[in-house]
Structure formats: C-alpha cells, structure tokens
Design a protein around this ligand. Structure first.
Ligand code: GLV
Ligand code: GLV
Length: 325
C-alpha cells in the first residue's frame, strides 16, 4: 500500500514534520507566507490529510478540490472560525483543532498585553530607543495601577478561566460573563458572574476570551466602548472581529477609554486606519500562543489527530462531531 499523503499549509515545527514523515508522504508549503486560495486549491488535491492554519479558509470548494479520499483537516490552532464545519460534515471529512495546550500561553500573553498597556511599555520603549530620554522625570509615562482593580473577563472558557486565575497575583476583583455561572470558579477565585452591562461599566481591565461566532461579531462596538470607564483598558487576544476596530480607533483617539492591548485584528494583517498612529494602544501580530513549548504541543495534537484518523481511529479533538455519527 502506498503511503498516505499529508499536506501542511505552512511550516510548523520541524519536529512535527519529522514525526509525520516517519509514516506519510508529507509536503509543506515552501513559501514563508500563507497560500493564496488558488495555491491552496491546487495543493490539497488528492491529499488524505491536510494540516491547516487559521489563515486558511477551508470551505466546500477546498474540500472538493482535495477530493473524496481526504479524511481529515487538522487546524494548527484552537480557533476554527476559518472552517466551514457543515461543508466538512456533508463530505464526511473530520475537522480537528488544538485545544488545551495553548491556554496558559495565550492567557499569559493577554496578561503581557494588559501590563504593557497599563504601564505604557511599548510607547516608552519607543521613546528610549529614539534617543529622546534625557533623564528621570516624575510625570513621564504615567500609567494605571493594576493591583486592587477590577478585572472583567468576557468568556470564562479554557483560556478565559486561566487568564482570570492569574489575576490572584494582583489582588483584583474578578467579574465575568459566560453562558452560565461557574459556582466552583467563583468560590475558588472570589469571582462574580455579571451581565454584559455590568461588565462594561465596572471593569478597569476588560479582556475578551470569546469564540468568534455570528452572535459575538462586534461584541465591543461604539456603544459598548462608551459604556466603559474613561480609565478602562480593553484587551483582545481572542479574535479581531469581536471588536469593531474602527469604533475602537475613534474611542482611543477621543479618550473614551484609556487604552487597548491587541494581539488580533479585524482584517489581519491590515490594521484599521489610524490604529498604528495611536500611542495608547499596544499592537502585536497575533502571537498569543507563539512559544517554543506551545507550538510543539500544538504539533503533537495535530499529528496525533492525523495518525488516529488515517489509522481508522476516532480523533481526540473532533469539532464537527456529527461526522462521527
Ligand atoms: C490562535 O489564534 C489559535 O486559535 O490557536
Ligand atoms: C523611583 O525610581 C524611586 O526611587 O521612587
């Protein structure tokens, strides 16, 4: 029997590729960039498995281009808003993601953004590097306290709850929204379940940890920003379209809120006009899970899922469960 054919849409850790090569014919996108749609349609042809990135839109057209022998599309990401799950289910293709292994890395990164925004780290570093620092100044780069403030968490899922737990180090009051309250979490971390209106009104720091769904699109828009404190900071390391980025630029310009720390954007890698010119926003390029250890752990999950499915076993992280019925 010939070896199964696996396509990887962009270079991921070499160790992951090597493990896959022990069993399969593996081809990797040779370019250091995402594939165009045309390239993707060509590249997936006759593959038994595809490892995709969050930048690859996997819809019916791509699945048809792959062909009926294709058994699994394994996303090298926890988020899967790039997947058309119904199209895959209709064609009997299993879709998987990488939950769990990136919770701490992503939650810690949201903290890095929160602290960097509150203490104006990026802005003041640019100032020093530009040779503009001429000595200690009592009123330069005045930031906001983090300790003993109120932390708002929108979405207490795997990443949101990891993020919230880390607030204990800063003696913060934790308030959160979610589909339903989590009594155990509240007891353990002295957190309070609130409605969205309260979350917006009371948070000194508001961090988003929601999946991107039609109902969470623009979860934060002009009205929500106006409902926040003028001293509040918004953090987004989830998905860009949760925030109306144009409205955020306007709010940051007019000091409707104090600052924002963003890992994700509405139309990556394009930023909303004016965003990059603002000093009260920290901007980084969607790197929340980008650590050596986490990237390897994500590689292990996609590999395990591909091996299981190509050996006729059920995957560990199927996200279109209907397909297994
Ligand atoms: C990154 O954004 C992911 O979804 O893994
Ligand atoms: C600051 O460096 C201080 O000594 O207060």
């Amino acid at each position: 029997m010939s070896k199964s054919s696996v396509y990887v849409t962009r270079m991921i850790p070499q160790q992951t590729i090597d493990t896959l090569r022990e069993r399969y014919d593996v081809e990797v996108n040779p370019h250091d960039r995402a594939l165009t749609k045309e390239e993707l349609l060509q590249a997936v042809r006759r593959r038994d498995a595809v490892i995709s990135l969050l930048t690859d839109k996997i819809d019916g057209e791509v699945l048809d281009a792959a062909g009926p022998q294709c058994k699994i599309i394994a996303n090298y990401a926890v988020g899967f808003n790039n997947f058309d799950l119904d199209a895959a289910t209709a064609r009997g293709v299993i879709m998987t993601n990488t939950p769990g292994v990136l919770d701490d890395a992503t939650a810690t990164h949201a903290w890095a953004l929160l602290l960097a925004t509150a203490r104006r780290i990026s802005e003041s570093e640019r100032y020093v590097r530009a040779g503009r620092w001429h000595g200690w100044a009592p009123m330069a780069f005045i930031g906001q306290d983090v300790d003993n403030t109120t932390l708002g968490v929108a979405g207490l899922g795997r990443i949101g709850s990891k993020f919230a737990r880390k607030a204990a180090a800063f003696d913060m009051n934790i308030i959160y929204t979610d589909a339903k309250p989590n009594a155990e979490f509240e007891r353990q971390y002295n957190a309070r379940f609130v409605d969205k209106t309260t979350l917006l009104r009371e948070s000194d720091y508001l961090s988003l940890h929601l999946p991107l769904l039609p109902e969470t699109h623009h979860y934060i828009g002009a009205a929500e920003l106006s409902a926040m404190k003028p001293t509040a900071v918004l953090i987004n390391a989830a998905r860009g379209p949760l925030v109306d980025e144009k409205a955020l630029v306007a709010a940051l310009k007019q000091n409707v809120i104090w600052g924002a720390g963003l890992d994700v954007f509405e139309d990556e890698p394009v930023l909303a006009p004016g965003l990059a010119e603002l000093d009260n926003v920290v901007i980084v390029p969607h790197i929340a899970s980008a650590t050596t250890q986490t990237r390897l752990a994500m590689g292990k999950i996609v590999t395990d899922n591909v091996i299981r499915v190509l050996s006729g076993e059920a995957p560990l992280n199927c996200i279109n469960l209907q397909v297994l019925k």
